[in-house]
Design a binder for this molecule. Structure first.
Ligand code: VTB
Ligand code: MG
Ligand code: MG
Length: 333
């Protein structure tokens, strides 16, 4: 991986964000997703690399999704593995709500955990709490540790939890400790990464979201030096999702085993989910969010706001790009 490649990766998420943003608020989540996928694929195709999608969406024959195993890029150059979520928070995008973004994680070949399309229990926290909080602890214990590490009282802590039935008890426990719960309908990648930055007001992410998104969050948190742990969830009684109405725990364990995952209860640390020598996270806002704004369309330009976090030069770069339109006039950029 090198800086030129990273610049191009930024352009990949910018283009995906613009494509989805054209459809924000139209109630068309699948279309917004497909538009982002197509834009990502198009821009990735121009990069000098042997790229491969290791976490994506759709199946091999279901083009135009970026499917797992799909090769991207020119076919020569460095080997790069990608975990992509071209439109993370499709509902947020369709409803023009905060927090939708185009995201990906990239690493050297073999550097990202090939997470199955399962659920994942996650714990994200700021760098000061890295290795101190632990997903094996109760929420109560973790809040005490977090409070010590951050120098904040528990009632000053904000914990993001996905607003799902499965989190009823968790939310009760957090509130019982006096901490502030911030329920979100979607978008736990953004919430996880927000924990990595001081001053945003998000101190912790707890609870169960999707596993592929967990790998993308882990890549960002590893590069930032923040805390991230994940544990796969395979029991439908715990996930409590309609998507698993026809699935059984035994069937899910079998699926995991077939994918080569035998230690099904393993707790993964950030550097196991994103283990490559270098990892890069790139995200660009579709709608406004915690970390950056969404796409703004103007007469002469389109403006995108993004974040690239990279171990290559140990930076988190917030960028604001003005994409000048063909034939732009007097330019009020
Ligand atoms: C999770 C979360 C994502 O979708 O995947 C969620 O990680 C799906 O969970 O950020 P449910 O099946 O319980 O709805 C997102 O919110 C959006 O991709
Ligand atoms: Mg998603
Ligand atoms: Mg998606």
């Amino acid at each position: 991986m090198n800086q030129t490649l990273i610049q191009e990766i930024l352009e990949v998420v910018e283009q995906a964000a613009i494509a989805s943003a054209k459809l924000t608020g139209l109630g068309q989540k699948d279309e917004a997703d497909a538009a982002a996928v197509e834009a990502m694929r198009l821009r990735m195709g121009k990069i000098e690399m042997k790229g491969k999608i290791v976490i994506g969406e759709g199946e091999r024959d279901e083009a135009p999704m970026l499917y797992i195993g799909e090769e991207v890029g020119s076919g020569s150059g460095p080997g790069v593995d990608f975990a992509v979520d071209p439109c993370e928070g499709t509902n947020l995008c369709a409803n023009n709500q905060r927090g939708s973004m185009a995201v990906l994680a990239a690493s050297d070949t073999g550097g990202l955990f090939n997470a199955p399309d399962f659920y994942m229990n996650k714990l994200a926290a700021p760098p000061a709490a890295k290795g101190k909080v632990d997903i094996r602890n109760s929420a109560t214990e973790n809040l005490k540790i977090l409070s010590d590490c951050l120098g904040l009282s528990i009632d000053e802590l904000t914990v993001v939890v996905m607003d799902r039935t499965r989190h009823k008890d968790l939310i009760k426990e957090i509130r019982g400790c006096g901490a502030k719960v911030q329920p979100i309908s979607d978008g736990d990648v953004q919430a996880a990464i927000a924990c990595g930055f001081a001053g945003i007001g998000t101190h912790c992410l707890m609870g169960i979201g999707a596993a592929p998104e967990g790998v993308i969050s882990a890549a960002a948190m590893r590069a930032l030096g923040g805390h991230f742990q994940g544990q796969l969830v395979y029991d439908p009684a715990i996930a409590q999702t309609s998507e698993w109405a026809d699935y059984t725990k035994e069937g899910n364990i079998k699926r995991l085993n077939e994918m080569g995952i035998t230690d099904i209860d393993k707790i993964y640390e950030a550097n196991e989910l994103a283990s490559g020598e270098n990892v890069v996270f790139a995200g660009s806002g579709i709608t406004d969010g915690l970390l950056f704004d969404g796409v703004k369309f103007e007469r002469d330009c389109v403006r995108t706001s993004s974040l690239v976090i990279s171990t290559l030069d140990s930076t988190a770069r917030f960028t604001n790009t003005v994409h000048i339109k063909d034939g732009a006039k007097s330019i009020s950029l």
